[in-house]
Design a protein around this ligand. Structure first.
Ligand code: 6PG
Length: 476
C-alpha cells in the first residue's frame, strides 16, 4: 500500500518532520524538488500538511517502507532527527528497504566518530553514507542554512543541485560545499559549534562589563550592540544580541533578558570540540573557557553561597563610557579573530589526523551565510586562506596580524579593567594569553621539564646539543 503516493517519483526522502525537518522539506520544495517526508507521529504530518502550500510537492507517510517506495532510485534519504541512538535505530529500520547505491545523509549534530562507524557499516551493505552538518536553526532550515556535507563524494554529486538550491546564498555562491572524506562534514560542524560557544561567551563577557561594570540597562545595551553590528563586529550573533535587549517580558513588561535564569545549558557539541582538541593536541583555550563557563554558570546555589563569603573589588568600572565602549569593541574584535584562529587550527590538524583533506578557504566560504557564526570577519578569513591555503595559523595572515596589532593596547586595557573590577572575563583573557604565547619564541616550559626530571627522572632536551638528558637534581 502506497498511501495513494506514486511509486518512485519523489526526488528526495526526509526522515524526521520536527521543526527543522519540516522547514527543510518546505525549503527544498520551494525550489521545485519533490520531497517524501516520514514521521512516526501523526501530529507532525498533520502540521506539515497544514502549513505547506499547494505548490509544494511534499508527500508524507508514517511508514518507512512506503517512504522508500516513494523515492526515486537510486534513492537519497536525508535524516533530520536527534543525534544519538535514534539515528542508529532509524538506519537499522531503513536498511532492509534500501538497495545498492542508495544514499543516506545524516544531517543532525552527530558525533563524528558515530559518523565514521555508520559509514563503515553501510559501506559493507553497498550503501552510500554522508554526515552533513547543518547550521542556522529553524529559520536557516526554512530559508537557507549553511550546509557542511562530507563522506561519500559520489553521493554528494547526486544531491548537489538540491543542496545548492536550498542552502543560503552569499553573492553568487551557495553556502554548501563538499567538505571531505569520512566524517569531515560532522567534524567541521562540531568545530563551527565550538567557535559558536566561544563567540557567545565573549559577547556574554562584554555584556557583563557593560551591565555590572558601567551600569548600562537593556535599552542602552540594545543601542551598543546594534551599533557594533554595523562595524567590524557585524555578525549574526551581534544582530540577535541587539534584538534580545529590546525584547520585553509579556508577564512583567520588564526586559526579558533580566527575567532569564543565569544558568547556561548545552547539548554537548562544544564539549566534543574541546575534547577532540585535547585528543589531537591543539590548543583551543577560548573555546575551553566557554565550555567551562557554561558549567560554572550551572552551579547557581554554590555561587549564591560563595558571593556571601568570598569578597573582591567593587564591580563598578571607573571608566569614561564612550572611550571604554570603543576599547571593548576593539578587544572583542581581537578575541573573535583568535577564536576563529583556534577553530581553524583545530580543523587543520584534524584534516591531517583523520585524512579529511579539508580546504580552509571553502570552510570559510560555507560559513559566510546561513550559519550561527556568520560574520563579516569571515570575508577576510576566506581571503587569507585563498591567498595561502597552507597558512598554519590565521594570526599569521598579514591583514589579521595587522588588525590585532593595531587594537591590542585596547584589548589589554579591557582585560585589566576586568581583572581590577573582579568581573570574570576568561574568554577575553585566554584569547589574549593565546595571542601572547603564540607570538613568543620562548615559553617557560624549560622549567616544567626541569621539574619533571627532578621529581620523576622524565629527562629533558638541551638547547645546545641533541640528545636526552637526566640530572641528579639537588646534588652539587
Ligand atoms: C546551529 C547550532 C545548533 C545547536 C544549537 C544549540 O549551528 O544551528 O549550532 O546546531 O544545536 O545552537 O547548541 P547547544 O545546546 O550546545 O548550545
Amino acid at each position: 500500500m502506497l498511501d495513494g503516493h506514486e511509486k518512485g517519483t519523489y526526488d528526495v526522502g526526509l526522515v524526521g518532520l520536527g521543526v527543522m525537518g519540516s522547514n527543510f522539506a518546505l525549503n527544498i520544495a520551494d525550489h521545485g524538488y519533490s520531497v517524501a517526508g516520514y514521521n512516526r507521529k501523526e501530529d507532525k504530518i498533520k502540521y506539515l500538511s497544514e502549513i505547506k502550500s499547494a505548490h509544494h510537492q511534499i508527500g508524507m507517510t508514517q511508514d518507512l517502507q512506503i517512504l522508500c517506495q516513494m523515492v526515486k532510485k537510486p534513492r537519497t534519504i536525508i535524516l533530520l532527527i536527534p543525534a544519538g541512538d535514534a539515528v542508529d535505530s532509524v538506519i537499522e529500520e531503513l536498511v532492509p528497504f534500501l538497495e545498492t547505491g542508495d544514499l543516506l545523509i545524516d544531517s543532525g549534530n552527530s558525533h563524528f566518530s558515530d559518523t565514521d562507524r555508520r559509514n563503515e557499516t553501510l559501506k559493507k551493505r553497498n550503501l552510500l553514507f554522508m554526515g552533513m552538518g547543518m547550521s542556522g536553526g529553524e529559520s536557516g532550515a526554512r530559508h537557507g542554512p549553511s550546509l557542511m556535507p562530507g563522506g561519500a563524494e559520489e553521493g554528494y554529486e547526486r544531491i548537489k543541485p538540491i543542496l545548492e538550491a536550498s542552502a543560503a546564498q552569499v553573492g553568487d555562491s551557495a553556502c554548501v560545499a563538499y567538505m571531505g572524506a569520512g566524517s569531515a562534514g560532522h567534524y567541521v560542524k562540531m568545530v563551527h559549534n565550538g567557535i559558536e560557544y566561544g563567540l557567545m561567551q565573549l559577547i556574554a563577557e562584554s555584556y557583563d562589563l557593560l551591565k555590572r561594570g558601567l551600569g548600562l540597562q537593556a535599552e542602552e545595551l540594545h543601542s551598543v550592540y546594534r551599533r557594533w553590528n554595523q562595524g567590524v563586529l557585524n555578525s549574526y550573533l551581534m544582530e540577535i544580541t541587539a534584538d534580545i535587549f529590546r525584547q520585553k517580558d509579556d508577564r512583567t513588561d520588564r526586559p526579558l533578558i533580566d527575567m532569564i535564569a543565569d544558568q547556561a545549558r548545552q547539548k554537548g557539541t562544544g564539549e566534543w570540540t574541546v575534547s577532540d582538541a585535547l585528543n589531537i593536541q591543539v590548543p583551543t583555550p577560548t573555546i575551553d573557557a566557554a565550555v567551562m563557563m557554561r558549567h560554572l554558570s550551572a552551579y547557581k546555589e554554590e555561587r549564591q553561597e560563595a558571593e556571601g563569603c568570598l569578597h573582591g573589588p567593587d564591580k563598578f568600572l571607573k571608566k569614561e563610557k564612550e572611550q571604554f565602549l570603543n576599547q571593548l569593541e576593539r578587544a572583542l574584535y581581537c578575541a573573535n579573530i583568535v577564536i576563529y584562529a583556534q577553530g581553524m587550527a583545530l580543523l587543520r590538524q584534524a584534516s591531517e589526523t583523520y585524512a579529511y583533506h579539508l580546504q580552509p578557504q571553502t570552510v570559510a566560504r560555507v560559513w559566510k551565510g546561513g550559519c550561527i557564526i556568520r560574520a563579516a570577519l569571515l570575508e577576510t578569513i576566506q581571503s587569507a586562506y585563498t591567498a595561502d591555503p597552507d597558512l598554519i595559523n590565521l594570526l599569521l595572515a598579514p591583514p589579521l596580524t595587522q588588525q590585532v596589532e593595531t587594537r591590542q593596547a585596547d584589548w589589554r586595557d579591557v582585560v585589566v579593567a576586568g581583572v581590577e573590577s573582579g568581573i570574570a572575563i576568561p574568554g577575553l583573557m585566554t584569547s589574549l594569553a593565546y595571542w601572547d604565547a603564540y607570538r613568543s619564541s620562548w615559553l617557560p616550559a624549560n622549567l616544567i621539564m626541569a621539574q619533571r626530571d627532578y621529581f620523576g627522572s622524565h629527562t629533558y632536551q638541551r638547547v645546545d646539543m641533541e640528545g636526552t638528558f637526566h640530572t641528579r637534581w639537588g646534588s652539587d
